[in-house]
Design a protein. Structure first.
Length: 355
């Protein structure tokens, strides 16, 4: 209810309303997953409208507001606006298509339908600062991923394919408490580790390879995200050198995190170490991103970010070095910004593991 109360503060008077349509934001405010529905928030009320597929479950589980059956947007929601004398309706912007906006304006022709960047910023600001409950969900999701990592270390061997490694990680997470995968699992080996978002295929693991695995679990709607690069057999001196540079950059960036520092500074801490080691051209992506009800949320740890870290932010720290046609290394933890620094939510060792 507190999240919806914060939305209500956005409204100036009782003749205004907010219409939340995106699945991510609907779930954020109601803690109820659905592929269809609308959350309507007024100054003194909130209703989740959904169809017959979800209405029974919604009425039984949603605590933040009441749930009402929706047969047609032009029926129940339109009547609700009329009965509550609503004159202006704010909508999301980033997740609103031109077609859907046109539909809203046609159905609610007597109202002023207003896509609002101010509303979008309000929602993003709320979602950036995690509640204690949300943090517990993220921790649980991460614990499932970490158990999967411990398992996969016993599974990897020369001759196994990338696809089999990815499937094994997926199966383990889904059969040990994950409601879904955070994203399509990345498991790449050999030269393909130079591709930050390489796609697992039938490439076979060989002795001397690095294997990079980027994966996560979803628990009660909240995501985890971790990356580990491990070695199979004996790797080269160059591979070990690159690994240590990335590890140094990752640890330094974690140590730099605290409330009040600009996100671009956290990025620069990792980026400067890699650049000063002579590999700046081989680190192209941002150092990290927020994680929550979506796998990529604000704030971003990147050179272009103007955000400042706040208590309650959960961000990844994932620098990497990617040498085309040779190999790559990425190491990723999730960190919670606290009053006194950070709590590292990733408990898996980071020193180079050789299988």
């Amino acid at each position: 209810m507190e999240k919806i109360n914060e939305l209500q503060k956005f409204l100036k008077n009782s003749h205004e309303a907010i219409l939340i349509h995106s699945p991510e934001n609907r779930r954020y405010f109601t803690n109820f997953p659905s592929s269809d529905g609308f959350l309507i928030v007024t100054k003194n009320d909130a209703v989740f409208f959904t169809d017959s597929r979800y209405i029974e479950a919604a009425q039984k589980t949603i605590k933040a507001c009441r749930a009402q059956l929706l047969t047609r947007l032009s029926s129940e929601v339109k009547i609700y606006f009329e009965e509550n004398h609503i004159e202006k309706v704010y909508t999301e912007t980033e997740r609103l298509s031109v077609a859907l906006l046109s539909q809203f304006k046609k159905i609610f022709s007597s109202l002023k339908v207003t896509p609002s960047k101010r509303l979008e910023n309000k929602v993003n600001d709320l979602r950036m600062v995690k509640t204690p409950e949300e943090i517990e969900y993220i921790k649980k999701a991460q614990s499932i991923a970490e158990e999967a990592f411990e398992h996969i270390l016993t599974f990897i061997r020369p001759g196994v394919t990338e696809k089999r490694i990815a499937l094994e990680l997926d199966f383990y997470m889904l059969s040990h408490g994950a409601e879904a995968l955070s994203f399509e699992t990345i498991a790449v080996t050999g030269k393909k580790t130079s591709m930050p978002h390489g796609v697992p295929d039938d490439t076979v693991v060989e002795n001397g390879d690095f294997i990079t695995m980027d994966f996560g679990a979803v628990y009660n709607g909240y995501h985890s995200d971790m990356t580990r690069t491990v070695a199979v057999g004996e790797v080269s001196a160059e591979q070990k050198k690159i690994y240590e540079i990335v590890l140094s950059a990752q640890k330094a960036s974690l140590e730099a995190l605290k409330k009040g520092i600009p996100c671009k500074c956290a990025d620069a801490t990792a980026r400067d170490i890699i650049k000063n080691a002579g590999y700046g051209d081989y680190f192209g992506h941002g150092t990290g991103h927020g994680v929550g009800i979506e796998i990529h949320e604000l704030p971003n740890l990147s050179p272009r970010s103007d955000a400042v870290l706040q208590v309650g932010n959960v961000v990844t720290v994932e620098p990497g070095i990617y040498m085309p046609n040779k190999f790559g290394v990425r190491i990723e933890d999730m960190a919670l910004i606290t009053e006194n620094g950070i709590e590292n939510l990733t408990n898996t060792p980071k020193e180079l593991i050789s299988l």
